[in-house]
Design a protein around this ligand. Structure first.
Ligand code: SF4
Length: 457
C-alpha cells in the first residue's frame, strides 16, 4: 500500500480537482490518502498560477519536501495543475527531485503516471538514470473527467465542476493559458451528478467554472431565450433534496436578462452573487480587456437587488494595474462606494509571465508602495461598508445550512446563510449537520457572525 499526500493551493476549482485525484487513487486500490506528508510515499502539490506568491509557495514547499528524499528515496514527487501547465518541463530543472508534472487537462491520468513511475523505480533500482513524466498537452473531453466525488459522512455541501477553461483573455490573467479554452460538460451529466449528490444527503451545490455564467455559450443552443447556464440552473433547481444553488466564478457580461430573471423565479438560488469589478475606471477596464463599463456594472447590481431584495454582492478588485492613475483609482473607489459590497478580495497587480499586461512598458508599472497604499485604502473602505451590514444582523434570526464543525474548534459548529455569511454557533454536530434552521445572531467579529441555535424542530 502507498500513502498519498496532496497539498492544494488556489481556488475551489483546484480543491475540487484534488478531491477527484484523491478519489481516483482510492478507486485504483493499493493507495490510501494521508494528511501527513512525512508518512507519504507519493507527494503531490496542486498548484495555482494566479499570483506569483502562490507559485513561490508551491515551489518553496516542494523544495523543502525534497529533504525527505534522503530518508525515503522511493517517494514520488509531483506538481499538478496551473503552474505545472504553464511551466512544464522547466520545473524539472528548478526542482531536481521532481518526478511528475501533470497539467490541468491531465488530472485523470495522475494515478497511471504515479503507477508507472513506481514500476520504473523497481525496474531501475540499480540504475541512477532519472525517470520522470511531464504531460501538459491538451486533451479532448478532459472536462468530463472531473465528476462523481467521494463524500464525507453527513456532507451538506459539494462543488460541481461544470466547465473548464476561459476564452476571455483578460490581459492580467494567466488562466486562459493554464486552463485552456472553454469546454463544457453536458447538462444531463451535471444534473445526474447533482441528483446523486442529493441522494447522498447534499443540500447545497456550488457550480464551478472559470467563467461559470457563460457556461457552454458557444457549445449548446439558447432555448426559449434561456442561455445554457440558465437551462442548467432550471434543471438543478428541479432536483428534490437540493435546497441551495451557488456558482463561482462569474463574469459581469454573463449577467444577462435571463440570468437576472432566474433570481426572481428560482428560490433555491442563494441570495449572494460574486461580481468581479476589477476596476472602476473605464480606461483601465479597456486595458484589462474587460468588456463592460462601470455604469453597466452598477446597473447589474441594481437590477439584481431589484429582483432579489437582500442580495449580498461580493467582488474582486485589482489595484495598481499598469498605468492606473490617481483618477483611475478614484473612479474605482467611487464604484465601490456605489455598489455597496458585502465583502471584497483586493489584489495588488502582479505581472504574470506570458500575459499581455506583463509586457507593458516598465515606465507605466506602479511602485509596490503605491499598490500597497491603494490596497489598504480600499480594504478600509470595504470594511466600512461591510461592518454595518454585519452589525445589523445582531439580535436577528438568520437561516443557516449547518456544514459541521467550525474551522477553528470542534466545540462549535458553522453554517452559512443564503447571503454566504459564516455563522458560528454551539450544538450537537450529528443532529444539526446538513440541516437548515434559524439561529439568533448574538455578536459579530470581522466577517463572522456568532449565534445561539433557536429553532430546530
Ligand atoms: S474571465 Fe476570469 S478567468 Fe477568464 S481571463 Fe478574465 S479573469 Fe481570467
Amino acid at each position: 500500500m502507498h500513502q498519498v499526500y496532496i497539498r492544494t493551493y488556489g481556488c475551489q476549482m483546484n480543491e475540487r480537482d484534488s478531491d477527484q485525484v484523491a478519489q481516483m487513487f482510492m478507486e485504483r486500490g493499493g493507495y490510501f490518502m494521508t494528511p501527513d506528508e512525512a508518512e507519504a510515499d507519493v507527494i503531490l502539490i496542486n498548484t495555482c498560477s494566479v499570483r506569483d506568491q502562490a507559485e513561490q509557495k508551491a515551489l518553496g514547499k516542494m523544495g523543502l519536501m525534497g529533504r525527505l528524499r534522503k530518508q525515503k528515496p522511493h517517494v514520488v514527487y509531483g506538481f499538478l495543475g496551473c503552474m505545472a501547465q504553464s511551466r512544464g518541463e522547466e520545473l524539472l530543472q528548478t526542482i531536481p527531485h521532481l518526478d511528475l508534472v501533470a497539467g490541468t487537462q491531465k488530472y485523470h491520468r495522475v494515478v497511471d503516471y504515479v503507477d508507472t513511475i513506481l514500476k520504473k523505480r523497481l525496474e531501475r533500482q540499480m540504475d541512477d538514470e532519472r525517470f520522470s513524466i511531464v504531460d501538459v498537452a491538451e486533451e479532448e473531453g478532459s472536462q468530463n473527467t472531473i465528476r462523481d466525488q467521494e463524500l464525507q459522512a453527513n456532507q451538506a455541501t459539494a462543488f460541481v465542476s461544470i466547465m473548464q477553461g476561459c476564452n476571455m483573455k483578460c490581459t492580467f490573467c494567466i488562466v486562459p493559458y493554464t486552463r485552456g479554452s472553454e469546454r463544457a460538460r453536458p447538462i444531463a451529466e451535471i444534473v445526474d451528478e447533482c441528483r446523486r449528490l442529493a441522494a447522498s444527503g447534499v443540500k447545497e451545490v456550488t457550480l464551478l467554472g472559470q467563467i461559470v455564467n457563460r457556461y457552454a455559450i458557444k457549445e449548446f443552443p439558447t432555448v426559449d431565450g434561456k442561455s445554457p447556464f440558465v437551462q442548467l440552473l432550471d434543471a438543478i433547481h428541479g432536483i428534490e433534496g437540493i435546497e441551495r444553488i451557488r456558482f463561482t466564478s462569474p463574469h459581469p457580461i454573463g449577467y444577462r436578462e435571463d440570468l437576472i430573471e432566474a433570481f426572481a423565479r428560482l428560490p433555491k438560488l442563494c441570495s449572494h452573487i460574486h461580481l468581479p469589478l476589477q476596476s472602476g475606471s473605464e480606461r483601465i477596464l479597456k486595458a484589462m480587456h474587460r468588456p463592460y463599463s462601470p455604469q453597466r456594472f452598477l446597473e447589474i447590481c441594481e437590477k439584481m437587488r431589484a429582483v432579489r431584495p437582500g442580495l449580498a454582492i461580493t467582488t474582486d478588485v485589482i489595484v495598481g494595474f499598469p498605468g492606473e492613475t490617481e483618477e483611475d483609482y478614484a473612479a474605482t473607489k467611487e464604484v465601490v462606494r456605489k455598489a455597496d459590497f458585502d465583502n471584497a478580495f483586493i489584489f495588488r497587480y502582479s505581472p504574470r509571465r506570458g500575459t499581455p499586461a506583463a509586457d507593458l512598458p516598465d515606465e507605466i508599472q506602479l511602485p509596490e508602495r503605491v499598490k500597497e497604499e491603494r490596497n489598504q485604502d480600499l480594504l478600509s473602505l470595504i470594511n466600512d461598508q461591510a461592518k454595518p451590514k454585519y452589525a445589523a444582523l445582531v439580535g436577528k434570526d438568520v437561516e443557516v445550512l449547518c456544514e459541521g464543525y467550525s474551522k477553528t474548534t470542534e466545540e462549535r459548529l458553522m453554517g452559512r446563510t443564503s447571503q454566504n455569511k459564516i455563522v458560528v454557533f454551539p450544538g450537537p454536530v450529528e443532529r444539526l449537520t446538513g440541516r437548515i434552521f434559524s439561529v439568533r445572531v448574538t455578536e459579530t467579529h470581522g466577517f463572522t457572525l456568532y449565534a445561539d441555535p433557536v429553532t430546530v424542530s
